[in-house]
Each structure stands twice: as structure tokens, then as C-alpha cells.
Write a protein that binds this ligand. Structure first.
Ligand code: NAD
Length: 482
């Protein structure tokens, strides 16, 4: 079999040490890899590549389509933006898969038996980074969710569960509040779940679901989450399983995949032969399965489990009484290498026969919906000393000739006109809802005419959102948040 080309980056901080340890184990296990090394992160940034990654690196990634990446230091308050987000989104790596497993009694955990896989949507939600300061007082971040984006991550989670012998898929959202965005994710989850009658499925509101996950993680199996909740809860899950230093993750797309530890570059530990290389090593196990080398993945995983069982531990998981020998990064890798071919005695051995990552069937697009525009929300900055919504309503109601009717004013989502009460705190940011008379459509020209009149009246409008129905269903939130 020809060597498989993969791209590697040694990263920053503890990155080079844990990458070296991981590559030594892979070589000793007989993983026949043709390594292409790229430099990303601080080094590339300092050479003048503002995104922290250069053109040659992209060429390598597009050629090999498999990337083993050590952690990178993300500069705070300036410098390049998160390279992880850039690589994930540029290569279309929509699924982030993080197994979080307890290794009781060898690594301390309050949750023996925990074995959870978090499948996190990786491209959408608030991670588009589309943010605006709209008024003196108010900033916003757009949360964008698409039906195809929800469908492919949810289907990925069910296919992953089926392919990996899992029994249940749990979805967490906040669709009691975000009825359209999180509501879409939940609705897609229920639809796709019905195609997998052999798997249990359940939905929890994310706040109580997160509490339950932190308290009783053994109640869960595979979890599928929108991007932001998945980002937060996958760190919680890894930490309560034992340590963030132990978990690896895969970022999977239809054409490429990236494998990395979930932890960061731990700069304070760099260059001291202290760091635990396990997260990157387990990411490499996922990589080996991905490139069709399940037998080598199994050998590495089992040698690693055996090393943990024998109490050979790095500082982060070392516990007097349980651990036997405290080792550094290099010695830990040596211990794993010495145990290649062995299996754990107590912990569940890894048995891999195929890649863990499913290939998704192409989804049929839904029939096009009938879309009608029935009004417009105009957001305005308005900040007189007396912020009385009735005054604003009088000014806006005095504009006429555009054919639309002012029906509601809200401030940060709370209705303040009509029927507001003076206790409601109001910022300088007002959403003014204009709708067409009952049953009629609002034309683009009517909306333009309304905006022209607002401009002539020197009302500082800063954004509009059209109100549309799709097959008669409102595509906008109706009332107040909770
Ligand atoms: P971190 O994960 O680097 O470190 C958090 C703590 O965990 C530290 O106390 C560290 O000592 C410990 N730790 C982490 N990994 C360890 C390991 N392998 N062995 C032993 N101990 C380990 O998180 P941080 O300090 O918030 O971030 C440091 C830098 O890493 C930041 O610049 C951040 O942006 C970056 N980061 C990068 C990635 C990535 O590249 N995927 C992910 C997270 C954070």
C-alpha cells in the first residue's frame, strides 16, 4: 500500500512537543504516512500573512485533504482571527466530532462510565462573525442557520450513531426562545430521527440539558448541537470525563478533514517536556480510521489505554495512589510505543474495522415555498431625553402615502407600543414594525417609499428586515422574547 499523504502543522506553545510524540508513535505503529509540513499561526503571521496561513499551506491542504494540526496560539485583541474557524469554514468542515470518555479508575472522574460523543455544527450560528454596532448603545451579532446546514449535521449525527453502534441521539436547542433559528434545528432533528427507527432520539432545552450533562453524563450517548452550544458543552464534557488534555476531535467535510486535540497551546507549559500528548494522539487515531487504516488505529489506541492502565501518567492526570510513574511528553510516547501490540486489561479495548465517519447520502431539496412579503421591520436610532415610545409612534404615524401601517414598536425585543408600560427600560434602538393592510402584500416600492419619508423626516434608520410568509407561515418572530 502506498504511503498516505497528510498535511501536518506543529503549531505553537506545546504544539511541537506533542506533535513530535504523536508522530513517533504513529511511525512505530507502522502508519505509512507521507508527511507534508506547513507552518501556520504566529510564524506565518509574522512573515506577513495576515490570516496566519500562506498560499503554499492551502495548496498542501487541498492536495492531501487530511490535516493533523497541533494547537495554535490565537492572539487576543488584534492579530489574525481564529485560524481554526478560517480552516474549518474554508475547507467546508461542517461536523466537529468530539468523543469524551472516562477512564475510571485510572484517571480521576466523578462520572465513571461516561462515554459521550458530541457532534457540533461547525460553520453556522453566531460563528459567521457578522457583527455590527448599530446605534450609540446597541451592538448585534447575527445568528444564521440554514436548512441544508441543519440537515447535514443532524444526518451526520444519526449516521455516526448507526455506524458506531450507538443507541441514542440527543439534540439540545433553545427553541422555546429562538423559535425560528433553533426551531429549525429541532424540527429538522425530529424529521430526520423518523428515518432511524432503530435509534432512540430525544430533545432537551439546552439549559436544563447542559445541567443534566454536567450532572449525569452517563444518561447521554451521541449529542448533536448547534455551533455555540456545541463549542461550550464539548469542553464541559471533556473536562468532566477526566481532563481536556485527553480528548481529540475530528472536523469532517465532504472533501477534507482536520484532526486536532481539543485543548489549546498551553504556552506556560511549552518547551518543558511536560504536556500530555494524548489529545493529539487520539485525534491521530481518528485520522487513521478516516484514511482507512483501522487496524493501526486500534493498535495505537489499545497501547495508549494500556499505558494509562499501568499508571504511567503526565502531570495533568497524575494522582498519588492511582498513578504509578510521573512522566514527561517524550517518556509517555516511549511507553505507548513499548506497549504496541498489547491490549488493556480493565478498560474497554478499541476494536476498529472501518472508518467512524459516515458518507452522507445526498439530500433531496424541498419543494420551493410560496413567499409573500407582508411588511417590514425598520430599526431606528432615536434618543431624545424623554424616550417615550408613544412620541415615536406619533412621529412615525404622521408619515403617510406609503400604504403601510405602523403596528408595533419594540425595544430590545420587548413591546413598548401599543400598550407599553413606563417601567420598561428603553435603549436608543427601536424596532418599528410596518405591515400591509390585512391580506395584502407589501411591495418593494412601498418599503422604499416608507424609507424615503423616514429620511426626509430625519429619522435615523439603521437597518430593515422584510417580513415574509412562506407557504402562509410567518417567517419572523411575532411577539416578545422571554
Ligand atoms: P489551553 O487548553 O491551552 O490550556 C488550559 C489549561 O490546560 C492550562 O492550564 C494548561 O496547562 C492545561 N493543558 C492544556 N493542554 C494540556 C496538555 N496537553 N497537557 C497538559 N496540560 C494541558 O487553553 P488556554 O490557556 O485558554 O489557551 C492557550 C492558547 O491556545 C490561546 O491562544 C488559545 O486561543 C489557543 N487555543 C487554540 C486551540 C486550537 O488551536 N485548536 C484551541 C483552544 C485554545
Amino acid at each position: 500500500m502506498a504511503a498516505t499523504p497528510i498535511t501536518i502543522a506543529r503549531g505553537d506553545g506545546i504544539g511541537p512537543e506533542i506533535m513530535d510524540a504523536t508522530l513517533r508513535v504513529l511511525a512505530a505503529a507502522g502508519a505509512d504516512l507521507a508527511l507534508e509540513e506547513i507552518e501556520i499561526g504566529q510564524a506565518a503571521y509574522q512573515r506577513g500573512w495576515s490570516a496566519g496561513i500562506d498560499g503554499r499551506a492551502w495548496e498542501s491542504l487541498r492536495r492531501t485533504r487530511v490535516f493533523l494540526k497541533a494547537p495554535i496560539t490565537t492572539p487576543q485583541g488584534g492579530g489574525f482571527k481564529s485560524l481554526n474557524v478560517t480552516v474549518r469554514k474554508t475547507l467546508g468542515l461542517f461536523a466537529n466530532v468530539r468523543p469524551c470518555v472516562a477512564y475510571h479508575p485510572f484517571v480521576f472522574t466523578r462520572h465513571p462510565g461516561m462515554d459521550v460523543v458530541i457532534v457540533r455544527e461547525n460553520e453556522e450560528d453566531t460563528y459567521g462573525g457578522i457583527e455590527h454596532r448599530q446605534t450609540e448603545e446597541v451592538v448585534q451579532c447575527l445568528k444564521l442557520m440554514s436548512r441544508p446546514g441543519c440537515e447535514r449535521i443532524v444526518r451526520y449525527a444519526f449516521e455516526y450513531a448507526r455506524r458506531n453502534g450507538r443507541r441514542k441521539v440527543t439534540c439540545l436547542t433553545k427553541d422555546n426562545i429562538m423559535k425560528l433559528t433553533d426551531g429549525l434545528f429541532h424540527q429538522v432533528f425530529e424529521t430526520i430521527a423518523s428515518e432511524y427507527p432503530g435509534l432512540e432520539h430525544e430533545h432537551w432545552i439546552v439549559d436544563i440539558g447542559a445541567a443534566k450533562l454536567a450532572d449525569s453524563p452517563t444518561a447521554f450517548d451521541v449529542l448533536v448541537l448547534p455551533n455555540l452550544y456545541g463549542d461550550i458543552l464539548s469542553d464541559v464534557a471533556a473536562q468532566i470525563a477526566g481532563s481536556v488534555g485527553l480528548a481529540g476531535s475530528a472536523n469532517i467535510g465532504p472533501q477534507a478533514a482536520m484532526f486536532e486535540a481539543i485543548h489549546g497551546s498551553a504556552p506556560r507549559r511549552a518547551g518543558q517536556n511536560l504536556a500530555n500528548p494524548s489529545g493529539l494522539l487520539l485525534a491521530a487515531v481518528m485520522l487513521l480510521r478516516h484514511i482507512g487504516r483501522p487496524e493501526i488505529a486500534g493498535a495505537v489506541h489499545n497501547a495508549w489505554l494500556r499505558t494509562l492502565e499501568e499508571g504511567i501518567h503526565t502531570y495533568d492526570i497524575f494522582q498519588a495512589g492511582t498513578s504509578r510513574i510521573r512522566v514527561g511528553t517524550r517518556e509517555f510516547a516511549d511507553a505507548v510505543i513499548a506497549r504496541l501490540g498489547q491490549r488493556p486489561d480493565t478498560l474497554q479495548p478499541a476494536v476498529y474495522t472501518a472508518g467512524e465517519s459516515p458518507v452522507l447520502p445526498a439530500a433531496a431539496p424541498p419543494p420551493p415555498a410560496v413567499k409573500r412579503t407582508v411588511g417590514v421591520d425598520v430599526f431606528v436610532q432615536w434618543s431624545p431625553s424623554q424616550r417615550d415610545p408613544a412620541t415615536l409612534a406619533r412621529i412615525l404615524g404622521g408619515l403617510n402615502g406609503h400604504g403601510l401601517v405602523l403596528t408595533m414598536i419594540t425595544n430590545r425585543g420587548t413591546k413598548v407600543w401599543p400598550d407599553g408600560i413606563p417601567e420598561t427600560f428603553c435603549t436608543d434602538h427601536w424596532r418599528c414594525r410596518f405591515t400591509a393592510p390585512a391580506g395584502a402584500e407589501a411591495s418593494q416600492l412601498q418599503i422604499v417609499s416608507l424609507l424615503r419619508q423616514l429620511a426626509q423626516a430625519e429619522i435615523d434608520f439603521i437597518k430593515t428586515e422584510h417580513l415574509c410568509t412562506f407557504n402562509g407561515e410567518p417567517g419572523y418572530s411575532l411577539g416578545q422574547g422571554q
